[in-house]
Design a protein around this ligand. Structure first.
Ligand code: HEC
Length: 106
């Protein structure tokens, strides 16, 4: 009994290190150059991620909407300055970044 529980834990730990799901953080935002225009807590070229999280609080369509926006770019929500499209970012990472931003970018 004790032994099999330990084996289960070991297997879970191995899974966590080999098949980690895409989890976004500042390093990922940096990697894709998002941080050239966005900071977490102040406006740069684009809105701060804290402001984005506040704006879409409680909006259940926000993830899908913002995934498209990050992929295809666009303007008019925060001002006249457009965000360029980001076609080089894999879909799973776009989703992870948007979820990270909406969760407050911490
Ligand atoms: C060249 C500058 C630039 C880069 C690079 C950039 N953004 Fe933006 N971003 C903007 C601007 C400007 C806006 C505001 C667009 C608007 O008003 O509709 C924006 C808006 C956003 C929004 C809010 C969209 C909305 O409709 O409310 C999100 C989320 C976002 N960016 C995420 C990202 C992510 C993730 C990356 C990296 C993959 C990224 N941005 C890279 C300039 C940039």
């Amino acid at each position: 009994m004790k032994r099999s529980a330990w084996m289960g834990l070991a297997a879970a730990a191995a899974l966590a290190t080999t098949a980690a799901p895409a989890v976004a953080d500042v390093a990922m935002a940096k990697k894709y150059n998002c941080t050239a225009c966005h900071a977490v807590d102040k406006k740069l070229v684009g809105p701060s991620y804290a402001d984005v999280a506040k704006k879409y609080q409680g909006d259940k369509d926000a993830v899908a909407k913002l995934e498209q926006k990050v992929k295809k770019g666009g303007s008019g929500v925060w001002g006249p300055v457009p965000m360029p499209p980001n076609p080089n970012v894999p879909d799973a990472d776009v989703k992870a970044l948007v979820e990270w931003i909406l969760a407050g970018a911490k």
